[in-house]
Design a protein around this ligand. Sequence first.
Ligand code: GCV
Length: 825
Amino acid sequence: MKTRNICASTLIFFAFSLHAETGYKAWLRYAPLDEPALTQYRQLTPAVIVALSDAGPEASARDESIRGLRGMLGRTLRAESAIPKESAVVLGTLDEFHRAAPQFHLDANLAADGYWLKTVADGPLHYTVVAAANSRGVLYGAFALLRKIALGESIANLDEKQSPTVPVRWVNEWDNLNGSIERGYGGLSIFWDNLHAREDLSRVNDYGRMLASLGINGCAINNVNANPRVLAPDFIPQIARIADAFRPWGVQVAISVDFASPQTIGGLDTFDPLDPKVAAWWAAKADELYRAVPDLGGVVLKADSEGRAGPSTYGRSHADAANVVARALKPHGGVLFYRGFVYDHHADWRNLKNDRARAAYDNFHDLDGKFDSNAIVQIKNGPIDFQIREPASPLFGTLPKTQEAIELQVTQEYMGQARHLVFLVPMWKDTLDFDMHTRATPAPVKSLVHAFVGVANVGLDDTWDGNNLSQANLYGFGRLAWNPDLSARQIVDEWTRLSFGLDRKVDATIAEMQLSSTRTYENYTGPLGLQNLTDITGNHYGVKVEASENNGWGQWHRADDKGVGMDRTMATGTGYIGQYAPAVANLFESLATCPDDLITFLHHVPYTYQLHSGKTVIQSIYDSHYEGAETVEEYVRQWESLRGLIDEQRYNQVLAQLEYQAGQAEVWRDAVTTWFFRASGIPDRKGRVDHYPGRVEAESMKLEGYNVVDVTPPEDASGGKAVSCPAAQCAATFRYDGAAGWYTLHVEYFDQMDGVSHYRLLINGQLIDEWGAAAQLPTRTLDSTSSTRRLITGIALRPGDQIRIEGKPDGRETAALDYVEILQK
Ligand code: GCV
């Protein structure tokens, strides 16, 4: 027994002597390898590294290899410039190898950016060769070699050629020039501050390194809701500074522009794309840009969308708009991404035939073949806007003569905003693998697109994204952009091992959590294709079931007392389904074949409609929400099982995040199920909805100073009410009358944006717990976004105990309370 205790404490000591990690290094940690891998790789690694060119990405490839090998193997390779008479790692383009080492006979047909990892034997000597079509490919190959070592894969007899599936793999950053980021959850912009490029651009350099490690070759550095100033002559040098920081990593800078720029910045009296003055202005502007940034990747354009200027002002088409800019870029080799995200956000919601999901197809399908060859139509994965479950956009199947890009949102705008664990790769795979049936042979979306774009929105936060587990989404985007055939499992396994090491338990646990997280989030926020149950006209975060209805934004679910769902059928609905090829349309049109997951996205069905699962729609809504919330609770337990196997800093950060998420999942669960119970009048067969044993509403407690207030919408608080403190301090007390025993207390309170209210929980006058409402949640009001859970475990209660919560408001925050639940766990 004694020995066991010593072992346990030794283990804990070692575990917590694991270096604290902030997450800044992401998947490029190059952590020291353990034996026996260390010995094996040391034997295979020579002492010399040669880069056949000393410039650009090849120099980065050499330096990165030295850095990575030093980290993992504890050996610093000697950098030389010519192939030595000893074994070496040699990096170069195929052309450089032909000149410097014809005896290696490195002949291959590699696509741009592709690479070849090859072990070349020359007598007794062994060369580990990274050869590539271009210098960027050399860098990608070097990262691939390092990745192999970090993953414990063999590098003994290499012969692996890799080429990206599409040539253009970009991220878009929705960074505003003032330093804020639209839909960014990882802090302020790494690029901009106060209308200038940041003084210190070292973060941009580090980000370039991360992007290069995934094979991403372009980055649009400002919001698609573009500030016209980006094209002002005195601003262009700022773009050039950022391009300089990215260049060593082969990442080309791109910019988003405002379509009215010829008028707003150029001083013309028009921005009509067919006016020769306007075309000349764009051409001159492109010349000016390329003088400052000769390798500019191109331009992104959001036009006629959500209030942005566009060609409709002059009755011109999207192709006219795209081509006038594309033609200006063409002589310089630049590309123009034209966003297909065009819809009417003032649609009359009373008209049952109106349908935002139709918009992209309706706006673009007639224009096929009319876009110039360097104009790419950038299409969001689904027809609405990055919701948890959408079918593939029908537009992918209708532009065979047009270059298409798929736009995926890496930043978690509608996916819990980096406070919730949601691994997006399984969802993206659903779209990429979806067969559009537009030809006799399979036509999955991944085979139809020519470019990948990920809306990344990283920020100054140490974790880049707002939390450590969200980094898997950026990693996953990059890997899919390189090779969309990779499975979600392969990607998550790689990411987990690179980010957390090779401990099997850690890897298996995190991978399972990540892989199930998409379905889990869907379960507690929007199952059955129900979507936009969120605060759609506000922060896109908390739950507000009716927020999407009754407005022009067009993300309606049309739930009423009888049923739910948008009728998008050809027979009786908006006709959206008819935008697909017949094989897909028939599948979606018939209730007999429509998948349950999309049923309310495509059909309006009664609550009593029986799904393929055998459940009714209403029972399925109830069950999914309970299942989702329980799974998040389980994530907390799973994560806790990794204590001591992960560095303490990341362990604690993720634990806090998961605990918070578990509370939020309950808020979502209760709000959505209560709302549908009230709407349908159909009780939950399992008796859970609207029935919360052990819950004591704050409004029913003895209140000192607290006022009872109505919460809007009512489903955002238990019983539709909360208590809020208008004074310097308030208290709410109740008497416990249950059985004696050990309990967990769940206090639901509201953590608004402005201020840090202070709470104390006392039992019979004894202080048990105190905390501050210090989270940065995006709301000033008492609602589901601010609703937050405090769990206090290990509490002994006896009948007659007085439980008292004292709240001290701060700033505009009112120390509000919703309820206390006494849980037997
Ligand atoms: C950059 C959604 C987001 C907007 C975003 C827009 C787009 O509507 O909420 O923030 O604007 O998509 O993709 O252009």
